[in-house]
Design a protein around this ligand. Sequence first.
Ligand code: BTN
Length: 317
Amino acid sequence: MRLLIAHATVVVSGNKIAAEIGTSRSEVWRLIQRLRQFGLDIAGHPSTGYSLKSMPDLLLPDMLAPQLNATIFGKHIHHYYKIGSTNTAAMEAASAGAPDGSVFLAEQQTAGRGRGANQWHSERSSGIYCSVVLRPAVPPSDVLVITLAAGLAVQAAIQEIDPRITPDLKWPNDVLIGKKKVCGILTEMNAEITRVRYIVIGIGINVNQSAFPADLEAIATSLRLASGTEWSRVELCTALLKSLDREYRSFVESPDAVNSILRRFQERSSSARGWQIEVEEDADLQGVTDGLDERGFLQVRTAQGVRTVLSGTVRLK
Ligand code: BTN
């Protein structure tokens, strides 16, 4: 891929590619077929050579890194064509010492994980499947606020690319368009009781899906379905990582960041206040939302008084 990009629009012979990457011409043919399966527009065949007809919308480090060099995410970008889960890869890498700001991206996940026991639908090259490793020097109780900030970062990135789209936030970290989910965030951590060792924020954005499986149709949407146009995943992923970098830096550097995150989350989430909700895992916990407390937990006015949602899935009524 790197070779074809470096020689974009010219024909590169199968022999040259084979020699450069140290393999046979028949293996080059097999690799080209696989790249075509990822939607790459590659002309030619083994006897004439190959040329890239247009720049691919793949989340390759070579495409992203030059635009991210002023952020913490520019140095350690890992890309997979197919992987089980980028969160699992990032957690394993973090436990083996992957530095703050490492990024794990995949074109396709075969075991994408959602919150709880849910799976994450991870169709090939349609969505953004991204996990980042962060090593903030904070107690575990601060991680919820970082996760809320990740939701704000996703919302800002989408709006930066298409200001006509107005994504809504649903506590703690779903991004919705017209009540359907366009993005989910799964934050996992390894911590001591008073100190985080590392966290992994996994972000799944439905970008160019034109349809969803029957069981998701009523609850999921994509940016393409919402806007009527195809999106560049490279452009959106760059905007996302820049926006996440801004939120994370300000969280680490500014004493006022927590207040700012909580205030902005409440401003940008239509359901954070005055919305009838229930918590799926707790039949008694239903009522009207009443904003976030100072740690980021959702407050709900119930028949028994104000209660705090500490865990579980909030369902909007
Ligand atoms: C949810 O809403 O339940 C959270 C979904 C999180 C999905 C993303 S996709 C990238 C990363 N890898 C995973 O396996 N999950 C997260």
